[in-house]
Design a protein around this ligand. Structure first.
Ligand code: NDP
Ligand SMILES: CC(C)CCC[C@@H](C)[C@H]1CC[C@H]2C3=C(CC[C@]12C)[C@@]1(C)CCC(=O)[C@@H](C)[C@@H]1CC3
Length: 372
């Protein structure tokens, strides 16, 4: 267990307002990109960031533009002068990541914070038997905090030929970081990448030989462990270029993702119990605002205070006080290094495949044009 951290001294200062952006954006205004910003923890984080720093250039990178518009409208409702851009990004699609990165590079000259928050847990199943067994064991608190042994998911292969959970929760984000390196690694400037991982990330669910988790039934847990490993590797490779990566766990938060685990009437039934459990476990943060605590707290920190081997947990006390606590991750340098090189390999093959696919499509289009 790590120590409880005080709320940091505010590092962001307020500067005169300027409406110009694009490449000419002022050196002082922070550019913050949040993936999966249209709901849940991502949206709550955006609210907190704008409340902290009204000069932010905030970019909501979302798959569903209708929901992104609604999110922007809700953010603007209380902060009409906020500077909020929308960007279409499906992190589960290689083509979409490359196009979005291109757009980011034309819009901004620098990225200060990149929150890699979008995530999925498709077709979850709860092992009710294991739940009741766990409930009366010494492991009960841990079970509520990590869902260990409780949850399985059904994954599938996406149109890029990748496992969907891996592609969305990890690889798309990795590719985005790779594409944005020129904006993230700038001389004399530090930039930050913040992953929304989970306490459900478990070494035993991850295999370096099967890092996409094609064989197991815990792709979510595996993908979150993969983000922990990757963050460590990014720090090793990129700190010297001014890029710092951190990992967070929002705790158990009631969002679309969790509401998708059990039927909604069930959640309504057990909600009073959930609020009671919160008295015994500080990981039941429950509201997106509480869940975003560690993500927001990291925004206020200087890179020098960060621990690349720690996961920053959003916690909420029984009385409702929210705070951030770093806890050491179960990761090792060797595995993170091997994983990093495997990701670089996969990046190469994926880019090559995409090029071939685009060339095939172009040739086919040409053929259609010729016979018309
Ligand atoms: N809720 C919890 O208890 C916990 C959540 N987390 C993590 O927090 C993160 C946010 O989830 P949470 O707020 O809970 O759930 P939500 O479902 O509310 O948010 C998930 C966000 O990710 C977006 N998203 C999903 N797939 C893609 C994609 N392919 N491309 C772009 N965006 C996508 C969703 O957009 P769309 O509207 O298009 O679906 C949505 O905005 C996730 O990474 C999750 O794993 C971690 C620990 C606990
Ligand atoms: C009576 C019922 C069978 C009660 C079932 C409760 C479970 C559905 C929850 C208990 C612990 C929860 C949990 C998560 C999901 C819902 C539970 C399994 C997460 C896995 C959600 C996503 C995360 O990333 C984790 C941090 C959560 C850990 C706890």
């Amino acid at each position: 267990m790590g120590c409880r951290l005080p709320r940091a001294a505010k590092t962001s200062s307020r500067f005169s307002f300027s409406r110009t952006f694009c490449v000419s954006q002022s050196n002082m205004e922070k550019v913050v990109i949040v993936t999966g910003a249209n709901s849940g923890i991502g949206l709550a984080l955006c609210e907190r960031l704008l409340t902290e720093d009204s000069q932010l250039q905030l970019c909501l990178a979302c798959r569903n533009m209708q929901r992104a518009e609604a999110a922007r409208a809700s953010l603007l409702a209380s902060r009409s002068s906020a500077r909020i851009d929308l960007l279409h990004l499906d992190v589960g699609s290689v083509q979409s990541v490359l196009s979005a990165a291109k757009e980011i590079k034309t819009k901004y000259s620098r990225v200060d914070f990149l929150y890699l928050n979008a995530g999925i847990m498709p077709n979850p199943t709860v092992d009710i038997g294991a739940f009741f067994k766990g409930l009366f064991s010494r492991n009960a608190i841990n079970m509520f905090a990590t869902a260990e042994g409780l949850l399985t998911q059904q994954d599938r292969v996406n149109s890029d030929g990748l496992q969907e959970v891996f592609a969305t929760n990890l690889f798309g984000h990795f590719l985005l970081v790779r594409e944005l390196e020129p904006l993230l690694c700038q001389p004399g400037h530090t930039s930050r990448v913040v992953w929304t991982s989970s306490s459900n990330a478990r070494r035993s669910a991850f295999s370096i030989e099967d890092f996409q988790h094609t064989k197991g039934t815990e792709p979510y847990s595996s993908s979150k462990y993969a983000s922990d490993l990757l963050s460590l590797a990014l720090n090793r490779h990129k700190n010297s270029q001014g890029l710092f990566s951190s990992v967070t766990c929002p705790g158990l938060v009631m969002t679309n993702l969790t509401f998708g685990i059990l039927p909604s009437f069930f959640w309504t039934l057990i909600m009073p119990i959930m609020w009671m459990i919160r008295i015994f476990t500080n990981t039941f943060t429950l509201t997106p605002n509480n869940g975003a605590e560690a993500l927001f707290w990291l925004f206020l920190q200087k890179p020098e205070v960060l621990d690349s081997r720690a996961k920053y947990h959003s916690l909420t006390s029984g009385l409702g006080t929210k705070y951030t606590e770093p806890r050491q991750m179960d990761i090792d340098d060797e595995m993170s290094e091997v994983f990093y090189s495997k990701l670089l390999e996969l990046e190469k093959t994926t880019r090559r495949k995409l090029k071939e696919r685009n060339a095939d499509n172009e040739a086919y289009q040409q053929y259609l044009n010729n016979i018309e």
